[in-house]
Design a protein around this ligand. Structure first.
Ligand code: WTA
Length: 633
């Protein structure tokens, strides 16, 4: 299943396109199935309806844990690095992982969770969070992990959307100097969530919590007493494994649904091939993905991919700048990390902090470095390559999405070529194409267009929870017969792909996906705001910043106070990650005669591109543009 040379990559790619079913069946042979599939693939992008490994029966945790035990019981599954430098690290072997996952699984059963029930996980970056995810998978429950930085109202919306029966959380979460009382966020959220029967609380920070006797159960009082064996539930390949909410260009977040079989096969395959880790029993290779498990990167390359592959990895609780901007590099030296996977926003922030935070560290254990989540600009690419990879580690720029489940376009470390700011080539099984706005395929090289994929891969999105029509409209309707990514893309003279960023109304702020519509509706909750329009603008560290234009004609507040209140409103409704960087108060927005906001103009103004605004004469009131330019922040 591992590709070792560029020639092997080319051969694998060819085979995957010519005989995809044969190709993926051979990959799938590497796993433990209780019953093999009757058919490899059934698909129709119109519906859409994609099924992989039909009627195969198995459990993903048997593959991520049990099948490693005969050989690797004592191999490290995880090293946990706590937020505080002086706090104790924890080492979790595959045997420990097995026991802990089974205990949590048995506890969930005790709390009434059954196969198919939804369980919400709102927890910080601690090993228990991964135990919780795998425990759900063990008993066939569907996990919905919500990033623990989301507000109570954002959490409530997600719990309600999928009717979660149980919520798992901690008393508090450490993030740098902060100790955030997250149980209190859950308490507030579930006031409006009638589906929640129990809340399982892991005591982590010893922050005081309010106990609701009817619902709350303290982890430490039940889990340690549970049995450390739990038979894995027999799952169908297409049974739902998890739901993960992500932002789209319209309305509320969508619950992206992934199923067991295809997700297992694809995350393992990509983990092995992109990172090229030695996963043998005595290997010292150590993988570290710095993402939060609340995002897809944490699902696929912390919780599932590395464990399915039998690798060892680091789970880090803290933030890159605590206690100082050298923390990542300190952790790499401390644990002798060999494969490091992070986001461009972190790279840019740490570069900006100065080389004094890097030079004290050797970083000589590193073999491969990776990037994910947003386009990596050339400057950051070179800094990362020279200062962290020391020019000797392949840098894999991995492009993918929540909806794709795993990496689709990337170099394979040390095997296929890299090129600064290019994700480079599609993985075997991935058939990308570029189309123009009318949906015509753009052939040849040295071209640019909208990125689509024409053939399914095993971990493609199956549906959006509870609303299949939305899945069809968002991904399979813009261009008939194609999966549309929402990204713009260039293909260079050698056929290498460079993702240029979103072409829809989704922003990418510090690698977090945020819909403009979501932020607008949060801003509009402020009583003084009549209307708002939100756009992204280039930001040196975050990649994109959020620029909000608001109309508040009758406000009696001074503008600074109004801005503060709006920031508080957005924090309350979504969370701090969605706070606008700039809020401009305007008397009107540029609209067409039919009332449509001309976002293109607002984007140009926010970017400072004042000379290329295009024709504004068709606007209802062209003079608002002059006012907006004059008041630009
Ligand atoms: C962007 C994160 C350029 C892209 C895994 C995509 C990237 C969105 C890259 C998905 C990359 C992710 N180069 N852009 N290497 N990786 N993106 O769902 O716009 O949080 O559509 O998944 O991030 O974000 P999501």
């Amino acid at each position: 299943m591992k590709i070792n040379t560029f020639e092997e990559y080319k051969a694998a790619y060819k085979k995957s396109v010519e005989t995809p079913e044969l190709f993926w069946a051979e990959v799938a042979e590497n796993f433990t199935w209780q019953k093999k599939w009757d058919r490899v693939l059934d698909w129709d992008f119109e519906e859409p309806n994609t099924k992989w490994f039909l009627n195969a029966k198995f459990n993903i945790t048997e593959n991520a844990i049990d099948r490693h035990l005969p050989e690797k019981a004592n191999k490290t599954a995880f090293i946990w690095e706590p937020n505080a430098v002086e706090a104790n690290q924890r080492v979790i072997t595959y045997q420990n992982l097995h026991d802990e996952v089974c205990k949590v699984a048995n506890t969930l059963k005790l709390l009434g969770v059954k196969k198919g029930d939804r369980v919400c996980i709102y927890m910080p970056m601690i090993p228990e969070t991964v135990f919780a995810m795998l425990a759900c998978a063990r008993i066939g429950a569907v996990h919905s992990v919500v990033f623990a930085g989301f507000s109570s109202s954002a959490l409530a919306g997600r719990i309600q959307d999928s009717d979660c029966k149980v919520v798992l959380t901690t008393d508090g979460a450490y993030r740098g100097v902060k100790d955030i009382p997250i149980k209190a966020v859950v308490d507030e959220a579930i006031e409006t969530c009638s589906s929640v029967e129990k809340v399982l609380v892991y005591k982590h920070t010893n922050t005081a919590i309010t106990i609701n006797k009817a619902k709350d159960v303290i982890w430490q009082e039940v889990v340690p007493n549970a049995s450390s064996t739990c038979e894995p539930e027999l799952m169908d390949s297409e049974d739902v494994l998890f739901i993960l909410y992500t932002s789209g260009s319209t309305g509320k977040p969508k619950g992206v649904v992934h199923t067991c079989g295809g997700y297992m096969v694809y995350t393992t395959y990509t983990f092995n091939n992109v990172f090229q880790i030695d996963t043998t029993k005595d290997s010292k290779d150590l993988f570290w993905c710095t993402a939060d498990v609340g995002w897809i990167t944490g699902h696929s390359y912390i919780a599932y991919g590395p464990l399915l592959a039998g690798a060892s990895s680091v789970i880090f609780e803290g933030v890159p700048t605590f206690p100082d901007a050298g923390r990542f590099w300190k952790v790499i030296d401390k644990h002798q990390v060999t494969h490091f996977y992070t986001a461009p926003t972190a790279i840019r922030a740490l570069e900006a902090a100065g080389s004094g935070f890097v030079t004290p560290y050797k970083l000589d254990s590193l073999k491969v470095i990776g990037s994910v989540g947003e386009p990596i600009n050339e400057e950051a690419w070179h800094w990362y390559n020279n200062n962290i990879g020391k020019g000797k580690c392949p840098l894999v720029d991995t492009w993918w999405q929540t909806e794709t489940g795993g990496i689709l376009i990337s170099a394979l470390a040390g095997v296929t070529p890299t090129k600064p700011s290019f994700a480079t080539l599609p993985l075997p099984g991935i058939q990308p194409l570029l189309v123009d706005d009318k949906g015509n395929e753009i052939f040849g090289n040295n071209v640019e267009g909208n990125l689509c994929i024409k053939f399914p891969w095993p971990s493609i999105i199956r549906t959006t929870y509870g609303d299949h029509k939305r899945c069809k409209e968002a991904y399979f309707s813009t261009y008939k017969g194609l999966y549309f990514t929402g990204d713009g893309c260039r293909r260079d003279e050698n056929g290498f792909y460079r993702i240029t960023g979103r072409v829809d109304d989704v922003m990418n702020v510090s690698g977090h996906r945020i819909g403009t519509a979501e932020v607008e509706s949060a801003i509009n909750m402020h009583a003084d705001v009549v209307e708002s329009a939100v756009v992204a603008y280039p930001h040196d560290i975050k990649g994109q910043g959020i620029y909000a234009y608001i109309i508040a004609p009758s406000t009696t507040k001074n503008h600074d106070n109004l801005r503060k209140e709006i920031l508080a409103e957005v924090t309350k409704i979504i969370g701090p990650i969605a706070k606008p960087d700039k809020i401009q108060i305007v008397s009107g927005l540029p609209k067409t005669r039919s009332g449509k906001i001309m976002r293109r103009i607002l984007r140009k103004v926010a970017e400072g591109e004042l000379t290329s605004l295009g024709d504004t004469s068709t606007l209802l009131d062209p003079s608002v543009v002059d006012e907006i330019i004059a008041g630009r922040l």
